[in-house]
Design a protein around this ligand. Sequence first.
Ligand code: SAM
Length: 243
Amino acid sequence: MKNQLPIFAKIWEQEINWKPTEKHLDQWEELYQEIILINNQVNLTRIVKPEEFWEKHLWDSIAGVVGLPFFQYSRKMKVIDIGTGGGFPGLPINIVFPIWDFTLLDSRRKKIEVVNFLLKILELENSWALTGRAEKIAHDSRFRGKYDIALIRAVGESSTCSEYILPFLNIGGIGVLYRGNWSIQEEQLLKVALKRLGGKLILVKESKTPLTKSVRHFVYVQKTHLTPKCFPRDIGVPKSNPL
Ligand code: SAM
């Protein structure tokens, strides 16, 4: 990916009006090389070609959080990435905002061991990776209501995702749902779920990926009230019986 990164950096600048530094490029290259190596032993991702990795893992992760009026980029923010898998979208964002403090959560221990290793070699000292189910960890007082931002990509339907993220947010905190297609019906279901969870929908941003022109939607929700204690429901219920 090393040779292509400067070309990609230009696309980035045009597409999202944001210019990565040399350090960002070096760290993304390191992340890519390590993931490709580890992928032979632990199945982290099927996205291994350089262009695909850049577009689907790096561009997509970062496009969800840059250039928005409701994030304070220069302030230390507490961020949780739920169902992070091999560290997406959290890790590429953490490279851009090293002062933000990330918790990268996934139910698979092996993936979390790898993500902790990646955090170490990338010297992202404010962050850590944690094994556990969102339904359980969200009831732990060390995590409930403690985050300014919650990220979630490719974990389930949007109402299921909202039940995972809202309990982790503080009041005023923002959740980012990374979606492919988006429909009015899905938006209505999400609004119904948010009402019960103490949140509201604030923005749906449509985007096309720069290389393959795939449709993406970044859905932003805000926590407005305390989430009732009964949420999230027991392990498996948010997925099998969405709100
Ligand atoms: N977010 C990553 C990405 O976009 O590349 C990984 C997506 S992968 C399809 C879904 C991940 O969510 C898996 O690693 C799975 O273990 C995790 N996951 C699913 N349900 C979860 C839950 N309730 N709590 C924590 N992790 C969960």
